[in-house]
Design a protein around this ligand. Structure first.
Ligand code: FAQ
Length: 312
């Protein structure tokens, strides 16, 4: 019966077992995973837009080739993640419709504009850096298809992070004063939104407790955010940039950096659809979907013709 199955499931989770698509699972576990994985997929797809904005304006052929490859990788991650979510019984069409109608969330970070070339380096360094910090523990997520997808995604994200850092290092070591100022300005604009990527503080995170208990999340939002700050500040030092936080200070007792309070009203505004680029991002995705209608129609017509031929 239901209760016995639920107890057996919880015992498997407690034993550190991985759950496969065909295994029995509680409805709430399934729903939580569809929510998180589909939001993650949407983030990868919408995340192509801010950087895609600079492909035609990359300063050299080398930077253009790297950026093209990175943006394509993000598209691949999105498809990979939609496929992982589909194993839970939700169709790709349902997920797409939730994104295009504005019902589904995607990461707040992709609602900020990319104003200069330095933003592209900073996205690699900070945004991909934050993404890896969050995603490495997801390689041990209790839902095996998601965990497996994350292993490959993390390898690619780590290349993304390094290319961003290397591009900034080039500008900071060989650049003009104006280029150095451009990097610092980009860091100033992306720092706080990057910290927001980890989600609300643990005490305000309604999903964390259950997701931690089920091994969907392995590390909390605040713990990951702290790890990110601790890893990133020394990198900022090597680059020669500062972060826009007067409260940032090394705390020898905690063996970690203290940092200032996030503007949570800004975070919830952006999550709620009122960020600087929310409307533009959704409009771009809807346009891409509408513009692709003829391709989907043609593929269906072709499939129908083939089916008739097979019957004949
Ligand atoms: N933005 O209770 P919690 C990338 C929502 S990286 C928007 O703490 P949870 C790579 C949350 O959904 C970015 N919404 O929720 C890349 C929930 O609302 P709901 C994608 C946010 O799920 C780089 C509510 O707030 N990465 O794409 C955000 O336990 C460069 C309460 O929050 C992932 O998605 C936010 N920042 O923890 C691509 C990683 N934070 O759903 C291109 C997988 C929270 O109840 C270029 N996801 N919310 O209506 C996760 O690890 C988790 O879902 C969290 C949130 C940590 C994001």
């Amino acid at each position: 019966d239901e209760l016995a199955r639920e107890e057996a499931f919880e015992a498997r989770i407690d034993a550190g077992d991985f759950i496969e698509a065909k295994d029995w699972m509680p409805e709430h576990y399934r729903k939580t995973l569809v929510r998180q994985i589909s939001q993650h997929a949407h983030s990868e797809i919408v995340g192509m837009l801010p950087e895609g904005n600079w492909i035609t304006r990359a300063p050299t052929l080398k930077r253009k080739a790297i950026l093209l490859a990175k943006v394509q990788d993000e598209g691949g991650h999105g498809l990979y993640l939609y496929a992982a979510a589909e194993t839970l019984g939700t169709s790709r069409d349902e997920m797409t419709e939730a994104l295009l109608s504005g019902k589904a969330k995607y990461s707040s970070i992709f609602n900020y504009p990319t104003l200069t070339w330095a933003d592209i380096g900073v996205i690699g360094w900070l945004v991909d850096g934050a993404a890896i910090m969050n995603q490495v523990p997801l390689c041990r997520c209790s839902y095996a298809p998601y965990a497996r997808a994350m292993i490959r995604v993390c390898r690619e994200e780590s290349f993304h992070q390094r290319q961003g850092y290397e591009s900034l290092l080039t500008m900071m070591t060989h650049g003009t004063a104006a280029q150095k100022a451009m990097v610092q300005d980009a860091v100033n604009r992306w720092w706080w939104p990057s910290l927001m990527m980890f989600g609300p503080a643990d005490k305000d995170s309604p999903n964390s407790e259950q997701s931690m208990r089920w091994g969907i999340k392995r590390v909390t939002n605040d713990q990951l955010r702290q790890k990110f700050v601790d890893a990133t500040i020394p990198q900022a030092g090597i680059l020669g940039v500062t972060v826009p936080d007067p409260a940032l200070k090394w705390n020898a007792e905690r063996d970690a950096y203290d940092f200032g309070e996030i503007d949570w009203s800004e975070f919830w505004r952006v999550v709620g659809g009122e960020g600087p680029c929310n409307r533009e991002r959704l409009a771009a995705r809807n346009k891409a979907w509408d513009d692709g209608a003829w391709v989907r129609d043609a593929a269906l017509a072709h499939a129908r013709k083939q089916a008739v031929k097979m019957e004949a």
